[in-house]
Design a protein around this ligand. Structure first.
Ligand code: ADP
Ligand code: MG
Length: 318
């Protein structure tokens, strides 16, 4: 007998994640009722995965849960926020209980480990796609905001550049995160925890920040566009992923790293006055951050190569 929408939600989504006392009403009610802490801003970030463009049919449900969460949390980290709640929109052709169980078990384990709660969502019929909203908090005034960016601010990245971008090497446009990014549940959880911690380290210090899911070049261009400023990066300082470094050197490696997408890591800017404090915060974490250049007044994105040549990555006419 086909499972009804009501029992499907009760079975697979009613108890996902940690119990939190700031959830007054959660899954089961028309609207979730939530209590944000006083004097905090609410950060909201979304990640959508569509079968076809974003992942091939037959992708393991646990992998999708991880991937959707990793992307949404990466965006939330760019607001230096601590995640608290999730909402999920799930669209699937017909209820497949094995799929649902594997998906919700994985989401539950990750959400419990991160102390976050699934508080609502919607379930509809159609081609497989999922949208995960992550909600979190940051003390008011402590999140990076692009209007704070000034020429001279230093540009940093977390993690390495190009891990998510084996696609370019393979000549494909789209590809999932490589296996080395995934690992078992414990490794996934640890990776998410560490990324959240890196976002929290930006509080009160970073002027701007973005998730590199859409790539360093695109993110930097978007971040700097309102102020009509630019950035100069230094090729030598780019932390290329080991795979990228093995396969491409020189200007090719540099361009690939800068254009690479699907790295759920951060890029952020920090005024020179905050550099020492920022680096000491990161020294306490499992993984540091790397200064790759600085903001300058001239629009566009440039990279200084090791031979002294200057590569214009995104050239904005003056
Ligand atoms: P119906 O479509 O039958 O009216 P709703 O869409 O109102 O039901 O969903 C019933 C409850 O279940 C709501 O509290 C909603 O937030 C929750 N819900 C529905 N789908 C999901 C889902 N995929 N994940 C989490 N909560 C869900
Ligand atoms: Mg519904």
């Amino acid at each position: 007998m086909a499972i009804t929408e009501f029992s499907l939600i009760a079975r697979y989504f009613a108890q996902v994640g940690a119990v939190r006392n700031d959830v007054v009403l959660g899954v089961g009610d028309d609207a979730a009722l939530l209590t944000p802490p006083p004097r905090h801003d609410l950060a909201v970030a979304v990640s959508t995965l569509v079968e076809g463009p974003d992942f091939p049919a037959g992708t393991a449900p646990g992998r999708l849960a991880y991937q959707a969460l990793a992307v949404a949390l990466s965006h939330l980290s760019a607001a230096a926020s601590e995640p608290a709640w999730l909402t999920l929109t799930l669209c699937m052709t017909k209820a497949n209980e094995d799929w649902l169980k594997a998906f919700s078990d994985c989401l539950d384990a990750l959400a419990k480990g991160l102390n976050i709660r699934l508080v609502g969502g919607d379930t509809t019929e159609g081609p497989l796609r999922l949208t995960l909203h992550a909600h979190g908090f940051v003390p008011t005034g402590q999140a990076p905001e692009p209007h704070l960016i000034r020429p001279g601010d230093l540009v940093y990245v977390t993690g390495t550049l190009g891990n998510g971008e084996l696609a370019m090497l393979a000549g494909q446009n789209r590809r999932q995160l490589p296996d080395e990014h995934i690992g078992g549940l414990h490794a996934r959880l640890q990776q998410l925890e560490q990324r959240i911690a890196r976002g929290l380290a930006l509080r009160g210090l970073a002027s701007g920040a973005f998730s590199r899911v859409d790539g360093l070049a695109k993110g930097l261009s978007q971040l700097l566009q309102p102020a009509r400023s630019g950035a100069s990066l230094v090729a030598e300082s780019l932390p290329l992923s080991p795979t990228l470094a093995r396969n491409l050197q020189g200007a090719d490696g540099c361009i690939t790293a800068i254009l690479a997408v699907r790295d759920p890591e951060l890029c952020f800017t920090v005024p020179p006055a905050g550099q020492a404090e920022l680096e000491s915060r990161f020294a306490e974490l499992a993984e540091g951050c790397t200064c790759i250049g600085a903001i300058d007044e001239r629009p566009g994105l440039r990279c200084l190569l090791t031979d002294g040549a200057r590569l214009e990555i995104v050239d904005v006419p003056g």
